[in-house]
Design a protein around this ligand. Sequence first.
Ligand SMILES: Cc1cc2nc3c(=O)[nH]c(=O)nc-3n(C[C@H](O)[C@H](O)[C@H](O)COP(=O)(O)OP(=O)(O)OC[C@H]3O[C@@H](n4cnc5c(N)ncnc54)[C@H](O)[C@@H]3O)c2cc1C
Length: 395
Amino acid sequence: MKIKNEYDVVVVGIGPAGSSAARVCAEAGLSVLAVEKRAEIGSPKRCGEGLGKPTLKRMGLELDEKWVSQPMTGATVYSPNMKHVRVDYDDVCGWIIERKVFDKWLASKAADSGATLVTRTEVVGMKREDGRVRVSMMHNHRPLEVTAKIVVAADGVEAKVPRMLGFDTHLPLIDICSCVQFEMANVKIDPDRTEFFFDQEKSPGGYVWIFPKGKSTANVGIGVRKPWSKKLAYEYLEDFVHAHPGLKGGSIVEVNGGGVPVGGLMENMVADNMVIVGDAAHQVNPIHGGGIGEAYVGGKLAGQVVVEAIKAGDLSEKFLSKYNSLWWDMRGNKMKKILKLRKVLESMSNDELNWLIDYLKSEDLVELSHGGGLKALATLLMKKPRLILMAKKLL
Ligand SMILES: Cc1cc2nc3c(=O)[nH]c(=O)nc-3n(C[C@H](O)[C@H](O)[C@H](O)COP(=O)(O)OP(=O)(O)OC[C@H]3O[C@@H](n4cnc5c(N)ncnc54)[C@H](O)[C@@H]3O)c2cc1C
């Protein structure tokens, strides 16, 4: 595989967002170079690896057993006093996957469609020149330059690429969840269901998850946020594991983590010669932080508009902004509602969360996680004088 000097599209970052954008562009016959700074796509993982069945459907993908670790048939949500609501399904409702396999599988689909993929290749600079973008990279520790008509910034939550072209994707600290995760062995858990633990003191501004990867293995992770957290996410997670009867005797076989953008939705995700997708564009569910499906769908929509722009010979922000409209219609408005809910939940005390869980049924939880049921929740919150103001924010 030889890298050319010129491409229609350069995709930076080969996560779910980059793979989907690269695939759509390559399928339409564009010349595509997708670059990944890490040596191996999907590794190290920075993910709880939860993927819901409806999400896979939205991505337009078929299940492939090779990236499934464990099928799920339900979930349990705990309040601080360990009261809980169970959501049970008759059939499989999602999977804990193996991102190291899944991300490569997605990337292979882009490659099979004709995109050129390279790893150990980091984009270090960009500038616009004669209507194109000059992309500077370190490829296997050697400098390399190519030009592209359009750059797809799919470089994840750190998102330096947009800044290289003068686009600020800055996210306030309150909208970034700091996450740490232990992949654990020899744990005693229910292997068929995910578990979510909410507690403003033990996981401030976030939650703890247990996502089983087998009968006695699981991803156990935590997300916490400023300004509420008083110590490191790692320390909160250690405390949780030591106090949990099924986890405290287990072993940690991997530690990973990273930031998750749980807010800061962007009205505009394009500039001349550039589209921004996935975590780089903060396309993440603000309540649970799930971003695999969001990134893939974002990449797909952006890819479609990039194809149209290149065919029309119009690489302007104005033309590319069609991607903004498509994304906001399909996902953004839903995310905005979920963000409202996140803001209300994070301002509730542990006592209020304990009170709330008594009123929630399994179907309410499912609806709320998709951005529905806000009116019903607001009506419920109005029962508590302190929550009336918050309830109004949901309407
Ligand atoms: C601890 C944790 C748990 C999570 N759990 C879940 C979960 O259970 N379910 C879920 O749906 N989501 C989860 N997420 C979120 C999910 O992982 C992300 O939303 C998703 O990976 C975003 O995809 P992406 O393609 O936008 O970015 P990424 O997957 O982050 O990919 C970006 C890629 O760009 C590369 N890159 C960056 N800069 C450059 C550069 N300059 N040059 C070349 N390459 C570059 C990076 O190396 C990376 O591979 C979790 C996240 C974390 C941190």
